[in-house]
Design a protein around this ligand. Structure first.
Ligand code: HEC
Length: 107
């Protein structure tokens, strides 16, 4: 194999390894503790006891809302009731919050 070709092959391989690593980092899932902390600091003021009881915002534990509804509410909020968080979270954080809400047990 001519040297230029093997160099190219090595460069392509290296580039694809970096791309794979970057993708893995982006798709990193958050631990339950990380999400609970994120929820407590960002949402907990209104969704009290980690979303387990009704407070300024409704109780989220046991919600019958669809994933799409929940993600839409987080992104777009509700005028006069809940702020919009669009752009505030990575997709991993959104997935983490959704998972967190789905696994909440009522108090
Ligand atoms: C300033 C108070 C406030 C904050 C902060 C807040 N919310 Fe809300 N949230 C509300 C209120 C009030 C509602 C009810 C809106 C309505 O009337 O439909 C609500 C509704 C929701 C709903 C829909 C519940 C349902 O069944 O209709 C979800 C899901 C939700 N919030 C998630 C979150 C998450 C996740 C965060 C943090 C990223 C958050 N909220 C931050 C006040 C807040």
């Amino acid at each position: 194999m001519p040297r230029s070709v093997s160099f190219l092959a090595a460069a392509v391989l290296t580039a694809s390894l970096f791309a794979t690593a970057a993708l893995a980092a982006k798709q990193k899932t958050m631990s339950d503790e990380e999400v609970a902390g994120l929820f407590a600091s960002t949402c907990g003021f209104c969704h009290e006891q980690g979303g387990r009881v009704a407070g300024k915002g409704p109780k989220l534990a046991g919600t019958t809302r669809s994933d799409a509804f929940i993600i839409n509410r987080i992104n777009n909020g509700k005028e006069g009731a809940m702020p919009a968080f669009k752009g505030a979270f990575s997709s991993a954080e959104i997935r983490g919050i959704l998972h967190y809400i789905r696994n909440l047990k009522s108090e």
